[in-house]
Design a binder for this molecule. Sequence first.
Ligand code: SF4
Length: 698
Amino acid sequence: MDGAGCEAVRSTCPYCGVGCGVLLTPDGAGGLDVRGDPDHPANRGRLCSKGSALGETVGLGQRLLAPQIGGQEVDWDTALDTVAERFSETIARHGPDSVAFYVSGQLLTEDYYVANKLMKGFIGSANIDTNSRLCMASTVAGHKRAFGTDTVPGTYEDLEEADLVVLVGSNLAWCHPVLYQRVLAERKKRGTKIVVIDPRRTASCDGADMHLALQPGSDVALFNRLLVEIDRAGALDHSYLTHTQGLEAALEQAALDDDAVTGLDAAQIAEFCRLWIGTEKVVTIFSQGVNQSSSGSDKVNAILNCHLATGRVGKPGSGPLSVTGQPNAMGGREVGGLSNMLACHLDLENADHRAAVRDFWAAPFVPDRPGLKAVDMFRAVGNGRIKALWIIHTNPAVSMPDADAVRDAIAACPFTVVSDITAATDTARLADVLLPTSAWAEKDGTVTNSDRTISRQRAILPAPGATRPDWEILAEVGCRMGWREAFDYQSPVEIFREYAALSGIAGRFGRDFDISGLQDLGAEGYAALAPTRWPVSASRQGGRFFAEGGFYHADGKARILPVSWRAPAARTAPRYPFVLNTGRTRDQWHTMTRTALSPRLSAHLAEPFVEIHPQDARALGIGPADLVTLDSPQGKAILRARITDAVQPGQVFAPMHWTGETAPSARIDALVAAVTDPVSGQPESKASVVRVTRLQAA
Ligand code: SF4
């Protein structure tokens, strides 16, 4: 009960993958009082600036409250019939691969499950991909290559037990602030050491013992050096290595890399290696700086190699830990929301897995080849292969690399549906059909955070206007396309139970993701579901993976993979002499559709900017707060200059939040090349090339 005697509702913060628990109470004026949930294991009552301002973002301003076709309001039957008919017609005329869904890590697991079932089981294409492709696809690929499944071995509790926390390509202080608070608290209590590996000096460096400002994209060379030094120091864990294969080849390959490409001096590298090797309990946290790279999967495996070689996997205080950007990026991975995955960590390329899922769904077919990954999907929209597209809770006209080309492709698509809470996004403006959805505080379901903890999201506010939850909209379209039996869901708990039962099949195939222990959950049990770390089965409950081996490759062994450094795809040249790094600020989220509604969040960094090193600013005649133009081969942006030695000479940094709505000339992803990692399909958002010029007064 809160102070006013109202029962607070337990839910989950809808921003980042930390997955903090929140206590919500209506404030009596249409808003919410939001506090950290002291009982949630992710945050124990803590919240960051974004989480604590959530109550300011739930107003009805800019909400889409009724379906629209061609800008005119229509009733739901008309809208849903139109979507079902146009998708059915397109499939009949051009085949199932002529349609696609582009969804989001903002979806709840139940929404995601229905979208995936509709596309992969009934439409019969694997053309469903998610904006999580931009966030952590390289980690998924790295995990699968090393472990045999996309398994996060450790838990957040490892942060309290580690003696060394290494942040690679992760500004944890701003992007996953509550985890950073947990690390800092331990530092204060026990002197936990912190190392930051990042080309830029970020806020995470403020509390760190060491900052390795390596050259963009050179992480593989650094971790290959670490692997070689582990061997030289006699620090290989020979007993654990019986659970692995590939060390020799990986060592041979690692020795060929020249760590000079990191730009770090030898003494710094040696000190880092000594610290890492000499500290038994080390957690290596990695995030977008690793993932958003044309060699992202290899970077992930270079990190995993070092942990596997020393047996530092899945043990208290020891292991690799990828942190996801979005609240339900993990849930999306689990339900098979990526175009190359089946539900419940089953494999699209495995005929037995496909047959089991098809039989479970009583589906006509499950495709036997992967669908289009995000970048390729929008290319296929642009070249006319995709003729009907459904975009759900995401804003690709701003957030995809080469965003201008993506915007033009969507505009030219014969039929585009957008489901969102607002019509005021660059993407929604391009839709033929707009479907109004329930917002975060209005809908029920589950999300999974970065340490495999499933938490409930609970509705506390009434759904305004004609808005509906996503699972219901997707299921209605499935029914109207002729598959009523498969999509006749009445509530999210029904969907969750079906999903949990399907995971039992995955468990019988020996896969890691098994929550079959929750398949009999009734409505009351679902309503009361406390945060629960998977797996949840008869044989296993939560905990860590792989401390004693038990990997998911056929021979039960992990793979230590030979990887070698590759430079970022775009090379600087006299015309484009700067490397552009993109990222996030502390108080904004994605394309600001929610956080911009909070004045105190917007006050932190109020306008789009670019960080430039003082030496470069001098050479270009740029002064503090001057307007500058950034040109890349893809596009152009105008930003305010912030002159700082946080960036290295020859490099600039700009946040990606501002959009056509908030700052039409500052769409940063319009500058980013649509170059991807060949394994994961994740775009290289951290190393584009640009020219910087001072904007002359007219
Ligand atoms: Fe929300 Fe992430 Fe902040 Fe937690 S750390 S309150 S999940 S934004």
